[in-house]
Design a protein around this ligand. Structure first.
Ligand code: NI
Length: 432
């Protein structure tokens, strides 16, 4: 039997708190899960620093990747199979792309990518196409199979229907992370009726569409995404931890470039500091390694590095106030110079952080990120874009909400500025 069609002699199941079970029968999928690059995802948390706000949020990208695979498997095997618009020869490509879609995520992805100017999507591609165990498994299917999987994940594949199952405004990725993140944080916002949505999904030549009768379940899904962004993903306390994390990486990089002698040399970071990162170095860095360095850097002689690391490890986070960069730039200037006078380096201790989300949007050609809209399949067979039918979705469609906060260490301000009679001035400006 050809490798791509090989089945396990017995179905394997993973117990999953969100989908109850994740079912694996394909040998290729089983082999991919066993590769070291996929196992690495166990050591990368799905929600980065969110566990410092919602203590349950310790789940990993491994859980999420299996979940996305399971949702896609159910759509294909239970809903699409046998329909003339679905080509079952795309089945394995779709399942592999779902399983591997987050393969290139690094530790604390968000901050990490910003500081070192990396893109996890580039690494997903590099891991799939490079000299890796994942590549060996995919190549056994066919020599051009790794490239096909990489194209689906990068959204450049010609198989638009397959792409839309994994990344669109209603895809298996979002359906899994909303429910999973809601489950592990313990909030009630991320829940929606996925069973119903799966049942009303229909394949079309270039996209997945939703039967008109499923519109309300989709409305609920979009609202739950909107709520999760503001209640969980952009929570100001998790962002405080992220601000500190990114400042630590910055500080370590700056010190390295200045020739600072580390008590504990950051071997795992050398190629990142030099901005020459290959896949091998990238795969060696996971969250356990990062936290190890933060733990020992508390003993470094550089005050800023050791102070920031101790804040992260012991959850002594920065406080924050609302901040409007358009109106309050003067205030930020005054605060910056007061911080400098007080001996608190504003580059590390006075940070503006902005978060922004667009809950749903219809198609706007030429925009920076062209979004695939959700289409309803009407009874007469026509397709209609969701916001034209749903008043609720229309009300939030295309509305970007942005939130800015100014972060600072309240304790340090208290101690340092007290000595120089500047405490009152700073506190008045910060309105604390
Ligand atoms: Ni994902």
């Amino acid at each position: 039997m050809v490798y791509s069609a090989e089945k396990l002699s017995e179905e394997k199941v993973f117990k999953d708190p969100v989908h109850r079970y994740v079912h694996v029968r394909d040998k290729v999928i089983w082999d991919l899960i066993g590769t070291k690059e996929f196992q690495r995802l166990r050591r990368i948390k799905q929600l980065g620093t969110t566990f410092l706000t919602f203590h349950g949020a310790e789940h990993s990208r491994f859980n999420h990747s299996l979940g996305v695979y399971e949702i896609v498997r159910r759509i294909i095997d239970d809903v699409f199979a046998g329909r003339p618009e679905w080509n079952d020869s795309d089945r394995l490509l779709t399942l592999c792309s779902a399983l591997l879609h987050d393969l290139g995520h690094g530790p604390f992805s968000h901050s990490f990518e910003k500081v070192f100017q990396l893109d996890h999507e580039d690494f997903t591609r590099a891991i799939i196409l490079g000299d890796t165990e994942v590549n060996k498994v995919l190549t056994k299917v066919s020599p051009d199979f790794p490239a096909k999987v990489a194209e689906v994940i990068a959204k450049t594949s010609e198989k638009k229907l397959v792409v839309s199952l994994i990344s669109s405004q209603i895809d298996a990725d979002r359906m899994d992370y909303l429910q999973r993140d809601a489950y592990f944080t313990g909030v009630s916002y991320g829940q929606f009726d996925m069973e119903r949505i799966l049942r009303v999904m229909r394949p079309r030549e270039d996209q997945v569409v939703i039967k008109q009768s499923g519109m309300h379940a989709v409305e609920d899904y979009i609202m739950s995404r909107y709520q999760m962004y503001w209640q969980v993903y952009f929570h100001p306390v998790s962002r405080s931890a992220e601000v500190i994390l990114s400042r630590i990486l910055h500080r370590a990089k700056d010190l390295f470039n200045e020739g600072y002698l580390f008590k504990y040399p950051p071997h795992h970071f050398f190629s990142f500091f030099k901005e020459k990162v290959d896949v091998e170095d990238y795969l060696k860095l996971d969250e356990a390694v990062i936290v190890y360095y933060f733990q020992i850097w508390q003993e470094e002689s550089d005050f800023i590095l050791s102070d920031l690391c101790s804040r992260f490890i012991n959850r002594n986070l920065f406080k924050f106030v609302e901040f409007d960069p358009a109106k309050e730039y003067k205030k930020l200037g005054e605060l910056t110079s007061l911080f400098k006078k007080a001996g608190i380096d504003p580059e590390y201790y006075l940070v503006v952080d902005s978060s922004s989300d667009l809950p749903y949007d219809f198609y706007r050609p030429g925009e920076e990120e062209e979004r695939l809209p959700i289409h309803l399949l009407m009874k007469n067979g026509e397709l209609r874009e969701l916001s034209r039918e749903s008043e609720i979705v229309d009300a939030i469609s295309g509305k970007r909400r942005t939130d800015h906060k100014l972060y600072f260490p309240a304790d340090l301000i208290h101690d340092e500025t007290n000595k120089k009679n500047m405490k009152k001035q700073i506190k008045t400006l910060l309105e604390i």
